[in-house]
Ligand binder design. Structure first.
Ligand code: FRU
Length: 483
């Protein structure tokens, strides 16, 4: 480890100690979601199960609640429920990463846990350079930097060139990278390597202006390309989409294409883009296949430049968190997200109401309240024209059967006015609701639609209430969640 690396890691560790009590005193601190111990967390990175242990790295600015020269923080887990915060994996200590060890992925290469990430470099004038770098570990905890493996920008692209996601297919290594053309179009670029060390550029697999897409954003961040049940899926976070009906209302989006990948061309033949999430905070997700063969996705519960400076937690020295791990499944040309079964280990104190009846506004059920809980609702009889669940007087989920629209509303943490996100929903069949102290993840119809958002209710407000335009009943279960 270089002296500079030692120094940076020491400074970060000191900052954690210095701020610990203030951060931990915040009632909005989450209880079963991954957060940074202090400062800002953004993208999940290097998501992998390696030799039985799940590793989740994350973009981390330990020194501030704004973005900056990122470190890679590191959590490990044996069961996706109990997580251990490990030593810092990467710090921005070298010339090729001095302004941040930016996002990337992990694979097992030659028996070593190998991280591919972007070294971000900026000069005084703000000119950017990007290097795709490697770091390796034999024990999964201590990483040795190998430096850049891709140091040149491909012809026709700007230095917005980052977030390598690596996988092995047909005996070769492949890497997708998020990129921007010189005429400001977002692309996902494909590279190939025989040994994981020397890489050749194959071309864009998909992007803005690459058929069948017309204008589709000025930058694509965090691409992830993988197989799912005989198809290929490309997840990407495009920047620069304009709002369109109920779509694209967050500052930046995260979504996917489904199709077939022609590695020789190279070309991804794909269908339409769809957002992964209908809520307010979801970005830069990353997937991995675990040893049980599940494709598991975790996202950042935040969006870059979306009122980040107005989050109420910044006065306590921290901001943002990651989402729950969700298993991805495919249903035709749609992705389904199901919270991993492992999360059932968080449940206690089951409350079960076989025929929960809601006949008017503001109905509550005994034991069905709290701030860290899971609620499961299914088997509606007489789905009413209007059905609503209000969470802790701060947010509401509303189904309008006539309009076939699902709405999630919350009080804005900028001005306390109500703001909403919506999606089309043919029918409401079931809901699985995960609330943590300041987050909501709402899985509709078995994960066909998901709303993910932060919200900041008063810590003593625990009320969950149901309203409906006509009498309706359903089966209701509730668990307290926590370790
Ligand atoms: C996405 C992103 C990535 C980049 C990282 C920097 O949120 O902008 O493109 O690598 O965050 O923290």
């Amino acid at each position: 480890m270089t002296d500079n690396e030692k120094k940076l890691i020491q400074q970060a560790e000191d900052k954690v100690k210095e701020c610990e009590s203030k951060v931990e005193s915040d009632p909005h601190r989450l209880t079963y979601h991954l957060m940074a111990p202090v400062g800002l967390i953004n993208d999940p990175n290097g998501w992998i199960q390696w030799r039985g242990t799940y590793h989740m790295f994350y973009q981390w600015n330990p020194f501030d609640t704004g973005h900056g020269a990122k470190f890679w923080g590191h959590y490990t887990s044996k069961d996706l429920v109990n997580w251990k915060h490990e030593k810092i994996a990467l710090s921005p200590s070298e010339w090729y990463e001095k302004n941040g060890c930016y996002s990337g992925s992990a694979v097992d290469l030659d028996g070593k846990l190998t991280l591919f990430y972007t070294g971000n470099v900026k000069d005084e004038e703000g000119n950017r350079e990007s290097y795709q770098c490697v770091a390796q570990s034999v024990d999964g905890i201590h990483f040795e930097k190998k430096g850049p493996v891709i140091a040149e920008l491909p012809e026709g692209y700007t230095a917005h060139f980052r977030d390598p996601k690596v996988w092995k297919e047909q005996g070769e290594w492949y890497m997708v990278i998020g990129a921007q053309t010189k005429d400001l179009k977002g692309h996902a670029l494909l590279y190939r390597s025989e040994d994981g060390k020397s890489w050749s550029f194959l071309g864009p697999v998909a992007g803005s202006g690459v058929p069948p897409l017309h204008d589709f954003g000025y930058m694509w961040e965090c691409p992830d390309l993988f197989s799912l049940e005989d198809k290929k899926v490309l997840i990407v976070s495009p920047q620069g989409l304009q709002p369109e009906g109920m779509h694209y209302h967050n500052t930046y989006q995260a979504g996917y294409f489904i199709g077939e990948l022609d590695l020789a061309a190279p070309k991804f033949h794909h269908g339409a883009f769809d957002e992964l999430d209908r809520g307010f905070e979801f970005y830069a997700p990353q997937t991995t296949v675990d040893e049980k063969g599940r494709r598991i996705m975790i996202g950042w519960m935040g969006v870059p430049e979306q009122q980040e400076d107005l989050h109420p937690t910044i006065e306590n020295g921290w901001i943002h968190c990651l989402t729950l791990p969700r298993e991805l499944k495919r249903k035709g040309c749609r992705l389904i997200q199901v919270p991993v079964d492992d999360l059932e280990a968080l449940r206690s104190g089951e409350v079960s109401v076989e025929k929960a009846t809601v006949e008017h506004q503001g109905v509550t059920f005994e034991g069905v309240s709290g701030d860290t809980l899971e609620i499961e609702i299914r088997d509606f009889t007489n789905l009413p024209a209007y059905f609503e669940i209000e969470f802790r007087r701060e947010a509401r989920l509303i189904y309008d059967r006539e309009a076939r629209v699902m709405t999630f509303e919350r009080k804005s943490f900028a001005n306390r006015l109500t703001e909403r996100r919506q999606c089309h929903l043919e029918e409401l069949r079931s809901l699985r609701i995960f609330l943590d102290t300041s987050s909501a993840e709402l899985f509709v119809n078995g994960g066909e639609e998901v709303f993910t958002a932060r919200y900041f209710p008063g810590p003593h407000e625990k009320n969950i209430q149901f309203s409906s335009s006509e009498p309706t009943s359903f089966s209701l279960k509730k668990w307290t969640l926590g370790l």
